[in-house]
Design a protein. Structure first.
Lengths: 306, 323
């Protein structure tokens, strides 16, 4: 019984971790290559989820909605980069924080004006709405399984893109030493537009995958943005590998802590204290993890800058 | 006479009394003016502005003068507010006990968080301060005895010699706290400690090579800023009569940072100008349209692109474009 519970928690943690990875991948590259703090990254996730929900309702098919929404968000990301963010690269971090905070406010308000304050519903495809029997007696929701498959596939594709292609080589070069990459003839500006578009598409994909589980609403980007920041800081800013490791770590620790801690606390301190303290400790667990990582490795687990 | 552009590059900070004193006198008379105009609401707004000016100024001490981009400053505001709320829940009402206690709690937390965070630099520092603030936020959410997610209503205001201050008295308390903290900050910045702190912003390696203690200076500034933020938190709790985790949310830290940048990073009055501009903008836009955040965002973006050093630098931008 407890083995099945552990397996279920492991799958939940993997699912959360992979989705965080989709968000963190774009963020860490933007951070790494351009040394740019982008608070508006979560807005892309929100815009993606809204576009997918709308396109799904219009077309009647989750898959068409997903494709259209991802493409639309990538386009939005590219436009944002070309029009505003490009002007902020050479500025200091505080200015970038202010500028992207402004974009975040505007995105939230624009979404509220277009779609209203009520959360949108995004339904998973009917074929995937039921549970699947993974092991005898162990049922797991099919859609959550799909999230894991999509996440793993994207992670592998992204890994291949970054490690095996010319574009990926330029991305890595840009992340480890931007000036040198420029001197060697990389068009860093165009590269960055491409990376930003890709990051936006990944955000939208995560939004479409998590939309049916969480609510599609204004402000959904903020809470997950913080998690994505935690991920890339743990992993080391600019490192894709670090983002993957950090995301899985955060996903596992977060969902593991939420189910396992109450049980541990109950056996240690009794039910009354466990009911009070366990959720508190579980919710700060990933921040403790991050603080601990930074205490011992102030530049994250896999620092990208040599 | 030092012009404003030089004042920024110099490490010496004047009070700009010729401009500040008339403003201060007007602020002193404000409750009488609003009473004459039957616009008492503006005393509440002015109190709110003074409180946030205090919080933003405390952030400006470490962000603007120390170069430490702390993204968790609202946590110290919240910690001060919660100290007041929790003490009141247990029957401790006198401000003479509650207010220093709140400042001590915030300072202690800042000292602890700063000690760990100051090991990191740059973006990592931004993120680790954010992480600690999130920890305190979730801690507040989980304090079921003290309201948890819903927050904690206060039974009343902290009493001074047995009397709970009314709105006007609270305004003067906030104004007094802000004035004292600005005077203190100005003295601090012009003392050797402040010179070292600002030197660390410009070139930490050189300051270290000169034999000044890096960590101790930054940690002291961080702790002092925490205490001032805690004071802002007590005022906020007293004004609203309510304490809630949302005071510590990361967007609140972001807002304080926006105020500082808007007003002018590393200007003595940067936090004050920024808080006033931000809250007045919110007030005016909030009255005209429910979608005021769109206008606010657009204005912030315009400041970023047009007045990179904040409102306090607008004069030098203006004079340069005239030349």
């Amino acid at each position: 019984m407890s083995g099945i519970l552990l397996l279920e928690q492991a799958l939940n943690g993997l699912q959360l971790g992979l989705m965080l990875f989709l968000l963190a991948a774009g963020l860490t590259l933007v951070f790494g290559i351009m040394d740019m703090v982008n608070l508006a990254h979560g807005s892309l996730y929100m815009v993606g989820a809204y576009l997918i929900a709308t396109a799904t309702q219009a077309s009647g098919s989750f898959w068409w909605g997903l494709a259209a929404g991802v493409a639309g968000t990538a386009l939005f990301g590219v436009l944002l980069e070309v029009s505003v963010l490009r002007r902020l690269y050479r500025r200091d971090h505080v200015t970038q924080v202010l500028g992207t905070f402004a974009i975040l406010l505007m995105c939230n308000e624009a979404v509220r004006m277009i779609w209203g304050s009520q959360p949108l519903s995004l339904n998973p495809p009917a074929a995937l709405s039921g549970p699947v029997e993974l092991l005898p007696g162990f049922f797991y929701p099919a859609f959550r399984l799909l999230i894991i498959v999509v996440g793993l596939t994207t992670a592998v594709l992204l890994y291949l893109l970054v490690t095996r292609t010319r574009l990926g080589m330029q991305v890595r070069a840009g992340a480890s030493n931007r000036d040198m990459a420029l001197a060697m003839g990389t068009n860093v500006q165009r590269l960055f537009t491409a990376v930003f578009g890709l990051g936006a598409a990944l955000c939208a994909l995560a939004g479409g995958m998590l939309g049916p589980l969480l609510a599609v609403q204004v402000g959904m980007g903020e809470s997950i943005l913080i998690l994505a920041f935690v991920v890339i800081v743990i992993g080391g800013i600019g490192s894709i590998r670090g983002a993957l490791v950090g995301a899985l770590l955060v996903g596992m620790v977060d969902s593991g802590g939420r189910t396992l801690l109450p049980m541990v606390f109950e056996s240690l301190f009794g039910a009354a204290l466990a009911a009070d303290a366990a959720p508190a400790v579980a919710s700060i667990l990933i921040y403790v993890l991050m603080a601990a990582v930074l205490f011992f490795k102030p530049r994250g687990l896999f620092p990208a800058h040599g | 006479m030092v012009d404003s552009d030089n004042a920024r590059t110099s490490l010496h900070h004047t009070l700009h009394l010729r401009a500040a004193l008339p403003v201060f006198l007007v602020l002193l008379a404000l409750p009488h003016i609003t009473a004459a105009l039957h616009a008492e609401f503006y005393v509440t707004l002015a109190t709110r502005i003074a409180i946030f000016a205090l919080a933003a100024s405390s952030l400006n001490l470490i962000l603007g003068f120390g170069g430490l981009v702390s993204f968790g400053h609202a946590a110290f505001v919240g910690a001060g507010a919660y100290t007041v709320g929790i003490l009141m829940q247990h029957g401790t009402v006198p401000a003479a006990i509650a207010w220093p206690a709140a400042m001590l709690v915030s300072a202690g937390l800042a000292c602890l968080i700063g000690f760990i965070s100051l090991r990191t630099q740059g973006v990592y520092f931004i993120m680790i301060t954010l992480a600690f603030a999130q920890m305190l936020y979730y801690l507040a959410v989980s304090l079921k005895t003290y309201g948890g997610d819903d927050g904690l209503p206060l039974a009343g205001r902290n009493t001074w010699a047995g009397i709970a201050p009314d709105d006007t008295a609270l305004y003067y308390l906030a104004l007094g706290a802000l004035t004292l903290s600005l005077l203190f900050t100005q003295r601090l910045l012009n003392a050797r400690f402040g010179q070292v702190l600002q030197g660390l912003r410009e070139n930490p390696v050189r300051i270290q090579a000169l034999g000044f203690p890096v960590l101790r200076t930054q940690l002291t500034a961080f702790t002092l800023a925490g205490a001032m933020a805690g004071l802002a938190g007590t005022l906020l709790a007293n004004q609203g009569g309510f304490v809630s985790p949302s005071m510590m949310q990361w967007s609140q830290s972001g807002m304080l940072m926006v105020m500082v940048i808007l007003g002018g990073v590393g200007h003595l009055y940067g936090g004050v100008l920024g808080a006033a501009a931000f809250l007045l903008l919110e007030e005016v836009l909030g009255h005209t349209t429910e979608h005021w955040q769109l206008g606010l965002g657009a204005m912030l973006l315009a400041v970023v692109l047009l007045a990179p050093r904040g409102l306090a630098s607008l004069r030098s931008v203006w004079t340069r474009s005239q030349a």
